[in-house]
Ligand binder design. Structure first.
Ligand SMILES: Cc1cc2nc3c(=O)[nH]c(=O)nc-3n(C[C@H](O)[C@H](O)[C@H](O)COP(=O)(O)O)c2cc1C
Length: 191
């Protein structure tokens, strides 16, 4: 989305990439049967290329994206009268990008990325707590690198919609649609 007409507005709405607290997006992928499948994930960062989230390579969302590399997400700030909705093509993020994001994650989330699998989750809570504490003792803050299962996804937008609410007139959307020649078509729509 290099040179896209909405980049300035995105920068105003989203926190900068180095801020620790990340926005939460409702991310939809498609099941093999074609049903939308939605869950919340952290929006790790956005760049001229698009929007990135990170997850476990063994997760259902990655399985779904592998067979159908399309997604959408939405995020709203009701108090500010804002909603951002994006429809995108998806590809794997580079290992370099994913590793950089991992280093910016909190220590808790770094540990989680190593331990959060089927085998661990099947254990009783005292056992999970013991393993967690042992792992932390063996891998103090600042020493962790991403596990092999750490995966990043890049959402390259095809449609970006800014919803503007206001108390003194009807809400309105400004929508940007990617055209075949690579330019962005701007449309103003009712909210
Ligand atoms: C506040 C919050 C933040 C979350 N952040 C992430 C995230 O950044 N990446 C991720 O894979 N899952 C995250 N999750 C968990 C997902 O919502 C989801 O349960 C998990 O990724 C499994 O999804 P899947 O089976 O559809 O792949 C988060 C959940 C919550 C409630």
């Amino acid at each position: 989305m290099r040179g896209a007409p909405f980049l300035d507005e995105l920068r105003q709405w989203l926190p900068s990439n180095d801020e620790l607290v990340r926005p939460l997006i409702a991310l939809a992928t498609l099941t093999p049967e074609g049903y939308p499948d939605t869950r919340h994930v952290l929006l790790s960062e956005f760049t001229d290329e698009g929007f990135f989230f990170h997850t476990d390579a063994r997760s259902r969302k990655i399985e779904e994206l592998t067979s159908s590399p399309r997604a959408s997400f939405s995020i709203a700030w009701p108090q500010l009268g804002r909603q951002l909705s994006v429809v995108a093509d998806v590809e794997a993020a580079s290992a370099v990008e994913a590793a950089a994001v991992y280093q910016r994650r909190s220590y808790y989330l770094q540990v989680l990325a190593w331990l959060n699998d089927d085998a661990y989750t099947a254990l009783a809570l005292p056992e999970r707590q013991r393993i967690w504490a042992e792992f932390e003792a063996e891998h103090p803050f600042g020493t962790l690198t991403p596990p092999p299962t750490w995966a990043g996804a890049l959402l390259r937008p095809r449609r970006v919609t800014f919803w503007h609410g206001r108390p003194d007139a009807a809400s309105q959307r400004t929508e940007y649609t990617l055209t075949p020649d690579g330019s962005w078509l701007t449309t103003v729509l009712p909210g």
